[in-house]
Structure formats: C-alpha cells, structure tokens
Design a protein around this ligand. Structure first.
Ligand code: GDP
Ligand code: K
Ligand code: MG
Length: 293
C-alpha cells in the first residue's frame, strides 16, 4: 500500500475537548487539559506514526474574540490552521450552538479541504438528543462528515482516526518516524507547570502567568529542572507563592508528578516567581515566549 501523510488541524470553541482528542489520538498527554477556557495557548503538533502513514495533528487554542495581544497571537495560531491542513477537524460539544463569528464560521462551511465535524462529549447525552444534534450540524455545515464521539471515554476515536488516514494524500513522511511532536522538552515542562497553576488559582491569576524553564538537565536517572513563573504585578506574586510558600510548593509537587509520568524519569524541580510587568501586552515579551511568528 502507498504511504500516506499529511496535516490534520483541530479547531473549535474553548473547552469542547480539542486537547483531549489530540491526546486520545496520540495516546500520550501532549496537550494540557483543564476545565478552563484558554488552557491551550500555542499551536501544538502531535504526530501519530504507522508503517504506512504519518498523521500530523495540530491542537490549537479555542476560537475567541481577542481582548489583548496575547490573545491576538493565539488567534493567529487558529487562523494558520486553515492554511496548511489536508483535513480540518471542526469540534463541537453536545448542545453547542453555531459560532457567532459569521466570518470565521463561513471559513469552515466554504472550506476546500475536507471537514470532519466531531460532536464531542456524547457520554453526557441521550440518543434522542444526539440525533437532533447530528441533524442540526448536518444543516449548518453541509460540507462536513459528522461523527459523534467521546474523546474522554475513547468512543469512536479509532474509527475517526481510520477515516483521517483515508483522507490524507499519498506522501512520504514529513518527520522522522520516531518523533512525537515539534515542541522541545522545555515546552512540556512549562505547560505542565502552567496546567497546575490553572488548577490551583482562581480568576485572572492563571491568565497573567507565563512559565519559562531556565534549566533542563537530564542525567541517567534524574532530570533537574529550574523554572520561573512570571506574573504581571507584585500582588500576583504574593498570591502565587502563598502563605509561607505553601501554594507554590503544591504547584511544584503536582507538576513534578505529572512530569515524572511524561518523561518516565525522576524529576527534581525548583520554581521561583518573578514580576514581568504587563508581559501580555508587550510585543517583545510575547515574541520571547514564542507567541509571534
Ligand atoms: P479544549 O479547550 O477544547 O482543548 O478542551 P479540553 O480538552 O481542555 O477539555 C475541556 C474539558 O472538557 C475538560 O474538563 C475535559 O476533561 C472535558 N472533556 C473533554 N472531552 C470530553 C468528553 O468526551 N466527555 C466529557 N464528559 N468531558 C470531556
Ligand atoms: K480547556
Ligand atoms: Mg486545549
């Protein structure tokens, strides 16, 4: 059989389950997942390799109306997902209504590349409800093939993946067959820490945080990591650290456990907090953190 390879881009509203789907396809936790919108900030490639295929998936931030510069570059990642895809996955969740952003929505309905529309979280729905949803989306996006799935419970994931491979063009692989992602190890460290920050602090705090890993030293049986948690204001620094350092310590412990699973090695992690005034609105800082092309 001829070799197939190509790019599959996943787009959709915040929190519909895009990152969960990407991880389900890959079988690894590449993308961080929380119940909060804007958990995913970058475009992350996940590569699934087989003897006769290479599927390059990209997980993107959810579709939002940008309110500050960080969000603008997050939306650039989403827009670029239309440009280089062989297949587009448009993900919605059960009960969702069509996008309010007409211009963006028409990009999907007028797409020249094949669109697979996934209705996710069907574990939360009944049959009648589901049939209604399929009907609704079939009318809204007539150019799409529709599949109900549960990314969380791995329902219909294999079937959808098989269809993706069918839709890809004949092509040699784009990446070495043992490569899982385009992002460096430090990126996953930053993300693991940011995930714990999203889970441990309320309101605006997680959105004001960026993580930078200054040291990543891998020995035979341990990885030594030092990372800085950047916030926008002094008041946020105190909140992150918490009473006698307890909050920061909790983040460190939880991130360490996640990273030990991810890397399959013992981890030593050192965290500290720094104020980087208004980094979210500063072009130079955003560039430094990898948000600008
Ligand atoms: P994203 O913002 O689109 O990347 O969504 P995430 O993958 O971060 O998931 C958002 C939330 O939805 C998380 O709490 C997930 O556990 C949850 N979720 C994702 N897929 C499913 C699913 O199939 N069923 C249910 N019940 N929850 C899901
Ligand atoms: K999320
Ligand atoms: Mg996500």
């Amino acid at each position: 059989m001829a070799h197939k390879a190509g790019f599959v881009n996943i787009i959709g509203n915040p929190n519909v389950g895009k990152s969960t789907l990407m991880n389900a396809f890959i079988g690894e936790k590449l993308s961080i997942i929380t119940s909060k919108a804007q958990t995913t900030r970058h475009r992350i490639l996940g590569i699934v390799n087989g003897d006769d295929f290479q599927v390059i998936l990209s997980d993107t931030p959810g579709i939002i109306k940008p309110a500050y510069e960080l969000q603008e570059s997050m939306m650039d990642f989403v827009k670029s997902a239309f440009e280089d895809a062989d297949v587009l996955i448009y993900m919605v969740e059960i009960g969702e209504k069509a996008l309010k952003d007409e211009a963006f929505f028409s990009k999907i309905t007028n797409s020249k590349i094949p669109v697979i529309l996934l209705i996710n979280k069907i574990d939360k729905s009944n049959q009648e409800n589901l049939e209604e949803q399929v009907q609704f989306w079939a009318e809204k996006v007539p150019n799409a093939e529709i599949y109900p799935i549960s990314a969380l419970e791995n329902f219909n994931i294999k079937e959808v993946f098989g269809r993706l491979v069918e839709l890809l063009p004949e092509s040699p692989a784009f990446y070495p067959k043992d490569q899982l992602t385009d992002k460096p190890e430090r990126f996953f460290v930053n993300e693991a820490i940011r995930e714990k920050i999203l889970m441990n602090y309320k309101k605006e705090i997680p959105y004001a945080v960026e993580v930078e890993t200054e040291e990543f030293m891998e020995d035979e049986d341990i990885i030594r990591i030092r990372s800085v948690i950047m916030v926008e204001r002094d008041s946020q620094k105190g909140i992150i650290i918490g009473h006698k350092g307890s909050a920061l310590k909790k983040v460190g412990t939880e991130a360490r456990k996640g990273l030990e699973k991810f890397f399959g090695k013992k981890i030593h992690i050192e965290l500290y907090v720094k104020v980087n005034k208004n980094w979210r609105s500063n072009q130079r800082q955003l560039k430094r953190f990898g948000y600008n092309k």
